[in-house]
Design a protein around this ligand. Structure first.
Ligand code: MN
Ligand code: MN
Length: 258
């Protein structure tokens, strides 16, 4: 399992900042404030040992090339973002090793716009691109609370399975047939838990809820990203520490489900 960071927020529509996130997440992880075990008892020191560092990105498609190289050597990659636009090139790289891939996306937003502010690769569009290119067999979205008509239409078009925030009452133990990729947009959390995001969308998930959904997944998790942490908006590094916690829990899930 390889850990990589993408210093990239060129496709953020509202505020920049996520390009600064990866080193701060690592710093929180290694600050001594927490140990290196997931709640499920996995020692993630080995994951950290495979940290290949952060990549300054100027060409968007370099994200795909870099990820492909890392997948060739490891088969499983966790990426620290960066804004959510990075997920499309990452998943493009995954296709070679995982022609049948399922994706679960935790997000306040569906990110299914066909185009946003004239950019088809905006952080508001990655899952439209992924589905158009047939890079995912099944896309499940959890925590969504911003659906509008264009995105409802897109969700229908691509057969996206959406667990909207307004309908979430309890954790669902979702089962996936194909290898699973987890895409965690930090704005899925209520801003009270994660103030360091560009788009505050109140009414979100608690830390406990997101961890429960991940721990309950019945799937072989083969990759993940943690995106949209914006240090410029953070308070007392709360969101850096939450990102580090989620990195531990997701890495733990990848080890256990393998
Ligand atoms: Mn997103
Ligand atoms: Mn979002």
């Amino acid at each position: 399992m390889i850990l990589q960071g993408m210093l990239y927020d060129e496709k953020s529509s509202y505020q920049k900042g996520p390009a600064l996130a990866p080193p701060l997440i690592r710093e929180a992880l290694q600050s001594g404030a927490m140990n290196m075990y997931s709640e499920t008892g996995v020692d993630i020191e080995k994951v950290i040992a495979m940290d290949v560092g952060d990549f300054g990105i100027t060409d968007y498609w370099d994200i795909e090339k870099i990820t492909r190289e890392h997948l060739n050597s490891s088969k499983k990659v966790i990426t620290l973002g960066g804004d959510h636009s990075i997920t499309f090139p990452i998943i493009k790289a995954y296709q070679e090793h995982y022609p049948s891939l399922d994706i679960i996306q935790f997000d306040a937003h569906a990110d299914l716009y066909d185009i946003y502010e004239d950019d088809p690769y905006s952080h508001a569009c990655p899952f439209a691109r992924i589905m158009e290119h047939n890079l995912a067999v099944r896309l499940v979205q959890v925590g969504i609370r911003t659906l509008n008509t264009p995105q409802v239409e897109q969700a229908r078009r691509f057969n996206v399975e959406i667990h909207q925030m307004k309908d979430i009452r309890e954790v669902k133990a979702l089962r996936f047939q194909n290898p699973l990729y987890i895409s965690l947009d930090m704005d899925v959390f209520d801003p009270a838990f994660a103030p360091g995001v560009s788009h505050h969308e109140p009414g979100g998930m608690s830390t406990r809820q997101v961890i429960d959904w991940i721990q309950q997944l019945d799937a072989n998790v083969v990759g993940a990203d943690i995106v949209e942490y914006n240090p410029n908006r953070d308070f007392q590094n709360m969101t850096a520490f939450l990102s580090a916690k989620m990195l531990k829990e997701i890495a733990g899930k990848m080890v256990i489900s393998a």
